[in-house]
Every structure is written in structure tokens, then in C-alpha cells.
Design a protein around this ligand. Sequence first.
Ligand SMILES: [Zn+2]
Length: 417
Amino acid sequence: MRLLGSIVLLLVVGSALAYKTYSGYQVLKTAPLTPNVMPYINKMSRIYDFWGTPVVGRPATVMVSPEEASVVNAAFNRLRISHEIMIEDLAPIVEKDFAEQERLMRAIPRQPRVAVYDRYMTYDEINAHVHETIAANPSVASLVDLGLSTEGRELHGIKLSNGAAGQPTVWFDCAIHAREWIAPPVCLRIIDEVLADPALRDLADWYVLPVANPDGYSFSTTDSRFWRKTRRPNPGSTCVGTDPNRNFDFLWDSAGAYCDETFPGSSAFSEPECAGIGNFIAANADSLVLYVALHSYGSLILYPFGHTIEPVPNADDLFAAGQKSADVIASVSGTVYSVENSAAGLYFTFGASDDYAYGIGAAGYAYTYELPGGGLAGFNPPPSRIQGVVDETWPGLKTLVEYTIANPTFPILPTKK
Ligand SMILES: [Zn+2]
């Protein structure tokens, strides 16, 4: 027993030492962005690690390594973007986060078929939860098998259905950006609620993918807290991974270098995770009413397109449904979401998943939800905040489903409905 204890201790210490420490990494915060600086912010955001979506009228935050700090500071100065140091050194924050996570892992063991909301779950725990939930509810839950990630992890989601034919379908995916840990608990809450309420299953067939980037998510929980991309190696480069939310096969843009935070991949759907999701969306285009990707952070509800500020034909419908959802969230908790066209902030993106679902004509309603952040430390809402975020987000998503089912709209391609 003592030997076992020593091994456990060694494993804990060993894993702690394996973390990227982020020693000397800073987070800079700008003054609210003005429209004239956005072209430069767009360029900088390809290379440097901006946290959240840069939006006109709001401050932007960017994480810089010790080597990057002087370059980014000089660029901001040249552009006359006033800025300050929001976090002087990320190392103690990361260390505290991982220590707290390890403490909670020991203190709060996962129970079979029960999602945990008072600490962050690992990918393995979430995947086990999905499988157990399906096995325990065979009449309403079934496996959505989207294949394997680059490192061989299962890309397994869950379908919840009363089994009626011809139902409209709604889709939710979480944490396609690895570090956005606050998203999977929201996906798990959707599963809890829809499992418990037959009326929700009468409304639609629900598809939920709690971890859309299993390799990256796992890496962010064991090695590198602020990892964003997938984990597929890039030939001849030490920089690993692709930004999966630039890799979808709709207006995919090849511009980008391997080391860029938003590297779009060697080709559209080069990432098996994106191809798995994209193929599923395309195959279910006839029934899909609503596509939602859950990200963090920024308290934003974004709708297509990301590459242009030209409004899509049903922009009014997209805005109205998003605003309904935002109103409900505000009424629950006071958290204020801003509902915007993805590019309205003049931050342009290509190959994003919601643009794909909308742009190929699969879903007339498509959104990216940027869930709330964790205050000063951005991606680190403390575990004590998980329940609150989940509690306020679910009613907003439920309203979104009810509204979009009741108010049909049409994607840009008139090929369906
Ligand atoms: Zn994201």
C-alpha cells in the first residue's frame, strides 16, 4: 500500500512537472479597439495568441511569450493602440490552476452516468460518461460516431431522440478549441436536460458532441493549459496542430504558417475532427435546423458570415433568435451577451464551423456562442463558476431551440425545405 502511495505521489508530481509553466508569459490588454486598427489586429491575430474574439469597441487581450512581448508592444505602439499588462506572469496562475484541478480530481471522483459540474472533467471521463449514458438509456440515446482524432481518440457524441421519423435536428459541439474548458460542461448539461424531458425530444432530435477536439483538449489538461489547436504534426515543423475552427470546407483560406495560432491546415478538412463533424453536418442537411458551436470567451452570440460584413439574406432571423436566447440568459443571471454578425467587429475569419453549416445550406440558423470568461485570467473560470455558467446558458439554448423550430428560416442555398 505504501509502495502504491509512493507511485501515486510520483505520478502526481511527475505530471505537475510536465506542464508547460508559461513562465514569463504576459497577457496584454488594449484600449477598446477602433475600426481603423482592425486590419492590423486581423493580421496580428494570425500570428499571436489573442484570447477571445477581437471586437470593435471592446478591449482585446493577447498572450505573449517573453520573446514576443517586445515585438507585440512595439506593434501596438506603432499603431497607437494603448495597452497595459493585464497579467504580468502567467506561471503562478497556471500552477495554481493545475494544483486546484488535481486536488479536485482527488476530492470529487466521477460517478457513473453523472456529469460533474464542480470541477473540469478530463476527456477520458467525458467520453466514458457519454458511453455509459448511451448504454443506460438505449431507447432514447444512441452513439454518434464521427471517427477518430489524429491521436486515435474517439470522436463520439450522443443522439437523443424519441424515435419519431422526420424530426427536425439540432446540433451542439463543444471545445473544438482545446483550452475552452467551460464549453464541455454546457454540452453535458444539454444531455442531462434532454434525457430527462421527453417534451424536448418531441421538439427535435438532439445531437451533442461534448469534446470536438479530443487531442487538443487532453493536451490542454495535461501539458499546456492554453493550447488551442489540434495535435496533428506539421511536416518539417516543430509547431504542431491546426486551428480547427479555420479548417472547415467553406471558403477555406490557405493563408497561414504552421506556427500561427490560426493556421488553417494544409487543406480544408485536413483535420479528421473537422472532417468528421463536417461530413455529419452535410449528411444531415435535410433535417438540420440549428447548428451551435460552443466556445469561450467573450459573452458573444455570433452568426454567419465571418468573412464579410455584408449581411446574409436571413440575418434578421439569425439576430432575432440569438437575441431571444441572450434575453433569457440575461433574465436568469444578469449576464449580458452581445448578438453580432461574426465579422461585424471587423475581425474576419474563414473556414469556421458555423459558416460551414450555414454556407453549405445545411442549417438556416447557425451560431458560435462565446461563453463568459473567467475575469482576469480569461480562459480560467474557476471550477466554482462552472455551475453558474451552465445554469444560465442552458435556458438560453433551450429557448434558441424552441424559437428556431417554431420560426423556420432558410440558409443561403435554396436547396432544401
Ligand atoms: Zn474558440
